[in-house]
Design a protein around this ligand. Sequence first.
Ligand SMILES: CC(C)(COP(=O)(O)OP(=O)(O)OC[C@H]1O[C@@H](n2cnc3c(N)ncnc32)[C@H](O)[C@@H]1OP(=O)(O)O)[C@@H](O)C(=O)NCCC(=O)NCCS
Length: 185
Amino acid sequence: MTPDPTWVWPARAPASGGVRLRAFTDADVAAVQALARDPYVPQIGSLVLDACAEEAAAWITAQHGRLAERAGFSFAVADATTDACLGACGLWLRDVGTGTATAGYAVVPEHRGRRVATDALRAVTGFAWTRPPVQRVELHVEPWNAASRRVALAAGYAEGALLPGAHEIGGRFRDVVAFTATRPG
Ligand SMILES: CC(C)(COP(=O)(O)OP(=O)(O)OC[C@H]1O[C@@H](n2cnc3c(N)ncnc32)[C@H](O)[C@@H]1OP(=O)(O)O)[C@@H](O)C(=O)NCCC(=O)NCCS
């Protein structure tokens, strides 16, 4: 039986600017630990705060299962030249039956401020359009998160409404701004 193309890992790494998106590897443990030292990153995903090497390795293993469990694609954001892991970027398809995917991203603190997140979001959004059921990609950004709002706008997302208490972050339902990219006509 032909596998559903929505759920096939890309044969070619999605890329934009200076980054490409690939699977996490064991070589990324230190980068994942660096991500886990930003107290906000564990609140928006499944990493534990201040993950030790074993916890980071377990998190990487869990990312390898995200496709099989039909959660979505969990990519490492890699430097296109050195392949070093600069961050994480996910395309989540749990609600793809409605045409909507969501995306999320985080950059290792020492690599911030040089468009890594913008490139990663452009790459993952382009990748989303290779999956036929995806009609729109949404981001949910807390209003205070100016860097993430700028990333969304730079990657071509349209800013939408403030959604009160719409998203559980760090165990609390928080207000988020919805940003949307729509499948190009
Ligand atoms: C948000 C985040 C992903 C940005 O990563 P990054 O690689 O530094 O982002 P980029 O370099 O592509 O762009 C950041 C933009 O925000 C701006 N910026 C950075 N910090 C800022 C701040 N405190 N206030 C306002 N703007 C800020 C930068 O100048 C840049 O804008 P520009 O391109 O117009 O100059 C990173 O800060 C991060 O990982 N934060 C923690 C996780 C997180 O918040 N994820 C998003 C959840 S919705």
